[in-house]
Ligand binder design. Sequence first.
Ligand code: GLP
Length: 261
Amino acid sequence: MMARTLNTNLISNKIPYEIYESSKQGAIAVAQMIATLIKEKQRVGENCVLGLATGSTPEPMYAELIRMHKEEGLSFKNVITFNLDEYYPMKPESSQSYHYFMEKQLFAHVDIKEENVHVPDGTIQENDIKEYGASYDKQIADAGGIDIQILGIGNNGHIGFNEPGASRYSGTRLITLDENTREANARNFSHLEEVPYRAITMGIGSILKSKKIMLLAWGDKKADAVQKSILEEATESVPASLLQAHNNCVFIIDTAASRLL
Ligand code: GLP
């Protein structure tokens, strides 16, 4: 596998990164790291807590994890998952929901226990969301914290649905989507008007509590957000740049996404 790792101390990048020749190679490498941790935890009788993302970026990683389950017997019985986000309002059975996405991309194909899967609930009464968000973060803490958090990145640098301006201390909460994000995600809906205006997302503060963070980015369209996050000063206007504050974060990118580094 062709990977190139650059040392954060030698040049001006503020977050270490690994470049792969293709998204498929990068995705397979990440799936292998996740599988290794799941198996290590199994050996010592512990759970492995994963923070999971939606979007097209992690799809090949989920495909590889399913392959490992089917062909190599990788078990998910000790895996607990927390997804980053869900549209609001959104019914879990809707084909546009992130619940549906996760079922289709991973959960239905592996032996994970239903009670170990957590995706923010897009049907909560609006008045109850504040309390719900705090309880989502508490559930993560009660599970022992996230061992590996997987992230994608929006064209505007968002992580989860933390849009530019999100506080570095934010917890799970209701947010308003940027127009830019609604447009980018409209491909999963029949019309732009159908894309919800809001979402529930884990906060930047929730994400930063993870023990390890791996942000995946493929393709030319992500190059600008990747460059700003890795090379420029951390700022709330580029949410992924706030990951510079974490001491165990790595960007896994393909050659196209590394174009501006
Ligand atoms: C959505 C998700 C993000 C994801 C982003 C990028 O907005 N909430 O978690 O990182 O899309 O999507 P894609 O991977 O399809 O480029």
